[in-house]
Design a protein around this ligand. Structure first.
Ligand SMILES: [Zn+2]
Length: 313
């Protein structure tokens, strides 16, 4: 059976899967991206994890290797300036793996991989124009235009998280202020909740929780149980997201916007304000032609599946 080795390099965890051409993940492995806290340790951990996965399969059956990562330049096969990975400077990851395994190696941006996975196997299957937003620690966008991934000149397109949502707004990790992801991402929702708590006199089930243990998941749970402050954190994040999605729709006219990633799993709490703000800001001609959909794939599977499509394309 032919398989691809898919590698999804994330800021917290690196996941590896053996994926068939029909999108079945037949084996998985993962390791802490920061284990050992150096480039050498990262590659040793990666080789070990791959070794364990391929021990029982015929080496000839491996068609190639697909990798997705943040901060990469696919055309050059390198990861470059990655602030959230232990891979500093320029790392020629494609060459390193090609030399080690003597297979074809492909690289793409993590949000683009999620879009490829969603388009081939998920809720955007069969669509030619769509965008997948990954709402995780940050906010990324994989944009498909006329069946092709929009890469930009060096693979950097789709940094939707750093669109200015509010001029001179919240400080962003990128050094600028008011970026969309400071309002609509896991960290953004947390900041919305804390701002709401400071402004409001409503009680909250989370107000005695130590700050370090506050997570978007807990805010989502509290919101579902009726916590008004928690609900408003998602309402505000969704409103800002929807307003900017309207700008996006006016530019690209996609068939669908897929909201993926951990924050999107909260469901209606985020989808309803997002869709309302989107439709409130759209020109009438667009309103009947756009859907906002959840991801149909497992939280961590879209990117793994998408990276495999690079191998089988
Ligand atoms: Zn930013």
């Amino acid at each position: 059976m032919t398989v691809a080795i898919s590698i999804d390099i994330g800021g917290t965890t690196t996941k590896i899967g053996l994926v068939t051409p029909s999108g079945k993940i037949i084996a998985k492995n993962q390791f802490d991206t920061w284990k050992g806290n150096s480039k050498n340790a990262f590659f040793n951990n990666l080789f070990e994890a791959i070794g364990k996965l391929i021990i029982d399969i015929d080496f000839e059956d491996i068609k190639g290797i697909g990798i997705d990562a943040p901060s990469c330049v696919p055309q050059e096969g390198i990861i470059k300036g990655a602030s959230n990975l232990p891979l500093k400077g320029e790392v020629p990851i494609v060459d390193i793996l090609a030399i080690k395994y003597k297979k074809e190696v492909y690289l793409c941006n993590d949000a683009n991989a999620a879009a490829l996975g969603e388009g081939k196997f998920g809720n955007a299957k069969g669509m030619s124009n769509f965008v997948v937003l990954t709402l995780g620690t940050g906010l990324g966008a994989g944009i498909i235009v006329n069946n092709e991934v929009l890469t930009g000149q060096s693979g950097l397109s789709g940094e939707m998280g750093h669109i200015t949502a509010i001029r001179n707004g919240r400080q962003c990790g990128c050094g600028r202020k008011g970026c969309l992801e400071t309002y609509t991402s896991a960290t953004g929702i947390k900041r919305n909740f804390l701002a709401q708590l400071a402004e409001s006199n409503l009680p909250s089930s989370l107000e005695n929780l130590p700050l370090a243990s506050l997570t978007t998941k807990k805010i989502g749970k509290a919101a579902k149980e009726g916590d008004e402050n928690a609900k408003k954190a998602f309402e505000y994040g969704g409103k800002i997201l929807g307003e900017h999605l309207a700008d996006f729709v006016h530019l690209f006219e996609p068939e669908a916007i897929v909201l993926a990633g951990g924050v999107a799993q909260v469901g209606e709490l985020l989808f309803t304000p997002t869709i309302n703000a989107l439709f409130d800001n759209l020109l009438p001609n667009y309103i009947n032609n756009i859907q906002v959909l959840p991801s149909a794939l497992g939280e961590n599977e879209a990117a793994l599946l998408g990276a495999s499509t690079l191998v089988f394309q």
